[in-house]
Design a binder for this molecule. Structure first.
Ligand code: PFF
Length: 441
């Protein structure tokens, strides 16, 4: 018997946990601020409504219909589509390998603040830590094993149980951080950077950024929602859950902006991009702020919860496939898969140290995986999903599934069908070409 979520609340918490992650905490605030503030936010919200909701419904519906891992789900629609599932497995594996590097850093920082140490020179501290060989790998392995432990425990007793605890705690910690953020002197400057609309900044790049962020943040395009949807009971309301999860993710992303940007501006730092935002600039703020150590600890704990609830969804994508295809136990599967992720994760970690000069296609291993996922694998995966659901399985069949055989109302089903069949794949395709530099707009 395949496992199921115990409740729809559990499914929503697990899915929101998968969605809320580093994408919200370190990518979203920076992107909004630099890509036009409120103007970018409006664009992002349009993409959430047009693409986010509809692709989430399609993925969750397909998963529940097939009640199988992602390869099995695509295969159930058409045997020739199994490769689309395979692509998702590959994406999840690559993604977990480099996401876990950051996961390890987060544990290291959380431990540092928990043990009461304050970082006087965060820049040197970060450079020294990440360029080492053993320490970052050690913490990365801890992160992978913690993720593996939750996934090994299973759907209801592992993923659902831990998401139901970690997500509410994360929410409270985030609110504490955001309230502290906006009550600091000069907080307004950060809020202005975050939200003041600048429509002149809306260029082709902003469209690419906004769409990429929608996919990454909602964990779409690689089968996370298909996998989680496959554990849904036939009685649950998929449409409601598929609107709720992206909504929660978006609200949390905006709160992250309030938690992160005002403190940076309050201390005259501004928003830097990438790792240094979280691991250099914010620790610098904590070192100067009243009770900074406490806020540093709260912050890295919350980031850790966000990262781990996301990484379990990546591992579950592969674990579901592995257990159902090779008929191995969950325990064996997670053990083997975690070992595989550690092996691939090590060169990602070393990209910041001894392998920093090793480049493939002009990128370090870490950056290569990141670009490969965000710019190629996720959009291609999403287009394949739209074709599979909209054109091969068919809108009528999909609607029958998500309305529980017509017993739930879905008044916008025609619009949804039109979006999934034509608009979403077309938009993704154009933005994908622009992102690859093939199309100049
Ligand atoms: N949504 C996660 C984040 O915002 O950090 C990242 C992610 C998790 C992407 C799981 C894809 C996935 F399957």
């Amino acid at each position: 018997m395949r496992e199921k979520w115990k409740s729809s609340f559990g499914f929503v918490m697990a899915s929101a946990g998968a969605a809320i992650g580093l994408g919200n905490l370190w990518r979203f605030p920076y992107l909004v601020g630099n890509d036009g503030g409120g103007a970018f936010l409006i664009l992002y919200l349009i993409f959430i409504v047009l693409i986010g909701f509809s692709v989430t419904i399609a993925e969750a519906g397909l998963g529940r219909y097939a009640a199988s891992n992602i390869v099995g789900s695509f295969r159930k629609i058409h045997p020739g589509l199994a490769f689309a599932g395979g692509l998702g497995i590959l994406s999840a594996y690559l993604l977990f390998s480099y996401y876990s590097v950051i996961g390890g850093w987060i544990i290291k920082y959380a431990v540092t603040y928990l043990t009461g140490r304050s970082l006087e020179n965060p820049e040197a501290y970060f450079a020294d830590f990440t360029s080492q060989v053993f320490q970052p790998i050690f913490f990365q392995v801890i992160f992978i094993l913690l993720t593996g432990f939750i996934v090994y425990k299973g759907i209801a007793k592992g993923i659902e149980k831990y998401s139901k605890i970690l997500l509410p705690v994360l929410f409270v910690l985030l609110i504490v951080t955001a309230v502290r953020g906006i009550t600091l002197p000069n907080a307004m400057e950060g809020i202005r950077f975050f939200l003041e609309p600048d429509f002149s900044k809306l260029t082709a790049k902003t469209f690419v950024d906004a769409m990429g962020q929608v996919f990454f943040s909602l964990s779409l395009g690689l089968g996370a929602v298909i996998t989680y949807g496959s554990y849904l009971d036939k009685k649950e309301n998929i449409i409601k859950a598929s609107v709720l999860v992206p909504t929660i993710d978006t609200i949390m992303a905006v709160i992250c902006g309030f938690a992160i940007l005002p403190p940076l501006f309050s201390f005259g730092l501004g928003a830097s991009q990438g790792p240094s935002l979280m691991f250099v600039s914010l620790p610098l703020v904590f070192s100067k702020m009243f009770m900074g150590n406490l806020f540093g600890m709260i912050f890295f704990l919350l980031v850790f919860f966000a990262a781990v609830t996301s990484s379990i969804s990546m591992l579950e994508i592969i674990t579901a496939y592995f257990t159902e295809t090779f008929h191995v136990s969950r325990k064996k599967a997670t053990l083997i898969l975690c070992t595989g992720v550690i092996l691939l994760g090590i060169p990602c970690s070393l990209s910041f140290g001894v392998l920093s000069d090793f480049h493939l296609f002009g990128l370090t291993v870490f950056d290569l995986f990141d670009k490969l996922i965000s710019n190629i694998l996720l959009p291609v995966g999403a287009i394949l999903l739209c074709i599979a659901v909209g054109h091969i399985w068919g809108v009528k069949n999909a609607v029958r599934e998500v309305t529980n055989q017509g017993t739930l109302s879905f008044r916008l089903w025609r619009i949804w069908g039109f979006l999934i069949r034509y608009i979403v794949p077309a938009v993704i395709f154009v933005v994908f070409l622009a992102g690859m530099g093939i199309l100049r707009v």
